[in-house]
Design a protein around this ligand. Sequence first.
Ligand code: AMP
Ligand code: MG
Length: 625
Amino acid sequence: MAAHLSNENTSNGSSYTGTSLEDLPKSWTFTSKLPPDPKLPTPAESHKTPRDEIHPWQVKGALFTWVRPEESKDPELLAVSPAALKDLGIKEGEEKTQEFKETVAGNRLLGWDVEKGEGGYPWAQCYGGWQFGSWAGQLGDGRAISLFETTNPSSKTRYELQLKGAGLTPYSRFADGKAVLRSSIREFVVSEALNALRIPTTRALSLTLLPHEKVRRETLEPGAIVARFAQSWLRIGTFDILRARGDRDLIRTLSTYIAENVFDGWESLPARNPADDGKSDSPLGTGVGKDTIEGPTGLEENRFTRLYREIVRRNAKTVAAWQAYAFTNGVLNTDNTSIFGLSVDFGPFAFLDNFDPNYTPNHDDHMGRYSYRNQPTIIWWNLVRLGESLGELMGIGEGVDAEEFVEKGVRQEGADELVSRAEGLITRVGEEYKAVFLEEYKRLMTARLGLKVFKESDFESLFSEVLDTMESLELDFNHFFRKLSHLKVGDLETENQRKEKAGVFFHHEGVTGIGNTEESARKRIGDWLEKWASRVYEDWGPDGDDAARQADMKKVNPKFIPRSWILDELIKRVEKGGEREILDRVMNMALHPFEEHWGGDEKEEERFCGDVPKPERAMQCSCSS
Ligand code: AMP
Ligand code: MG
């Protein structure tokens, strides 16, 4: 690994220096609290099953199957994320050891005592999903296998470490359990890039090439494994499969597990707090309250409603961040929508280049179901599926723990009322989703524009207007904000000055977009800059405090974004060109996106941060990964 990689930009800035993989504190909470696949009821049972007897089957009454990774020959560790090492509490240099390389390649089980046949064991999760609006049945970790959970002693954050591309599981359906190098490079980089942009996401520790693995997609491609980690890998799809099978007991068990073992306990969940009425940022308030609270419309919020609200609020914030940074996931099926509110499962994702709200990165998504502009709506669609899974538990209100209800469910005569109460609650939480989304979006956009406070008039006159301008003039979204960060308000006093500065936002080839001329483009941007500058003066005082404002803006407006064209070049150079160091250089830029320079190859850095080559803008890719 290159020596210039530094660790300072991690979410946990403590002085804890970490430990070896072997000595990491490990746990298997998920598997100890939730029921295993009855076909392989114990780790020992699974361990004695030959690996080639693992093939797809339906898993009922369970949330996971004990299954170990396939062994891989001569794995080559291509890169690690130093920030990930630090956040997991793994010491620097550990990645050079054989133990590390074998573990992240799936060749070594930590925690399992082979001699005694006991200890913690790897597992694959069971889930289902709504894909492109249709019910897809059982999905599950078809190629991901979790090794263990580990809690960083310094940050106290618990993560589940998982290998993607580690071989067949009962959830592999018709596929091979493998991942190709191409999509693994993409996931490795984008996970860490999103985290550095402060967008909630699953993370990536390492990227390993499997040199003997030739994986069939459209062509034969090299296989790879990404070691990835997250506070939780649970998805809306986990609930979907239980609901589809009518497994109401397991829905309750899973909900309880999430409240108590993924979040910080039932008490930590939001509750309507009457004292907050009229003051809070959401129609329901965010305060912590009693177990069941009478809402303003007579709908009781029991603890399961509060759990639902927590999941909804998290997702609202994450989508707001996607919109504010123009990230598109590309495949927002319910199996790719996280209970923890993380960006998860990176297939044909992309950051927008030019601002085009209709852009969708997946060239098979002809209807644009998962386009940039649809993301907030589609995540709510997914959250309604979750509301339906939790509907019975929410709709029963304070009777949720009554013995008869727990054992048999609601009586026929109470069903209509329960359904209408559940619907009422989901609708109300939908209002909260909108409110939380908007609040977060405004907060992020206000910061990106270098303003201190959001004013109601900013939405129309600054946000909407700048987006319309970018769309019409085909300007690059993320470059716009970085370039804006460099402007001094004193240079925007006269119309001529503003028109001159407007040119910094143009592409190399000049003004494009239907009906635009250079003059009209300069005028339009200049008019917006005038409004922007007057808001800057309002917030920063009569001189606009350029230096302080510019510094603040650069902390939220990245210079580097892993665009599709950069990832494509990276893939070519690693896969076809045999390059390796480029991975460390790009990862270093992704981990420190707000820097001006990275101390690597300066020409390359500037090229990666510069104008996107015209033919490579708004690229699309296929789902096959
Ligand atoms: P994705 O589109 O990556 O979110 O995957 C949807 C479902 O298909 C998940 O259950 C995956 O585990 C499964 N899947 C995707 N690719 C493969 C593969 N190559 N082998 C086994 N399962 C896969
Ligand atoms: Mg998925």
